[in-house]
Design a protein around this ligand. Sequence first.
Ligand code: AKB
Length: 317
Amino acid sequence: MSGTILILGACGQIGTELTLALRDKYGTDQIVASDIRRSDLAELQNGPFEILDASNADALRAVCEQYKVHTVYHLVAMLSATGEKFPMKAWDLNMQSLLHVLELAREGIIQKIFWPSSIAVFGPTTPKEHTPQQTIMEPSTVYGISKLAGERWCEYYFNKYGVDVRSIRYPGLISWKSQPGGGTTDYAVEIYYKALEEGRYTSFLSEHRALPMMYMDDAIRATIELTEAPVEQVKVRNSYNLAGISFDPVTIAASIAGHIDGFEMDCVPDFRENIAASWPASIDDSAAQADWNWQPEYDLEAMTAAMLGNLKVKLGL
Ligand code: AKB
């Protein structure tokens, strides 16, 4: 590959870990991190960093030209719960920034794009269990609507202009290095912090509200594997279903209680329960498995051990 890699949204939950993983793989100078603010994480400071608003097309173009960017990982988005509070802002941010990046690829300024979609593209009329790659998609959140529209734009730019854009429908992502913000699946990260800090947690989803989830190490590996897969293996150009682990609050709480004596959880569902109720409980990712050999490594037990072990050190407990 000649040219650098640009990460948009490098200070976010996925962006932080993807930047570090790609810098490990390709060397610090090859990876340009960007966000609207600087990261507090010292590790992200070592290497090229640009303050960049991805919805500003001119600023984005200038950074791509300055660093001779080959591949853009576009990780800027307003997630489901915040999106319901600010629908127009969510739509503008989520759509404009994607269209700017697609246009840069159409013009040949960049050569490849990774853009994340989400299980939020599905809705209440979608089959709930083992949701297929192709099925009914009638999302009921503004975030889901923007992700579904984004998927259609990605496929359109691929079919019409040959733009090499690749995408995954991420489940809820669980990580210890950086926290999520504004999502419906965020409870599954908060619960580990509260378990260690307070020995108890109040979930904003109901006891048996199962959702598709994934440990961040698996998600980062999937992201890089798909983006680097030989072009002929990438047969889905809207977005790939991706499955890791499916669980509900009661099940993750039991897994944590196996490590922390006396840990307790209660449930006080809020507006996010309705969002979660509209999403699948589990995902069929056989297309990703068949096309680019996707296999997750972490089950719930391995994830809980990794989260608690790493957070204990991070929080100095
Ligand atoms: C959210 O909860 O909004 C996100 C997602 C599933 O895309 N984590």
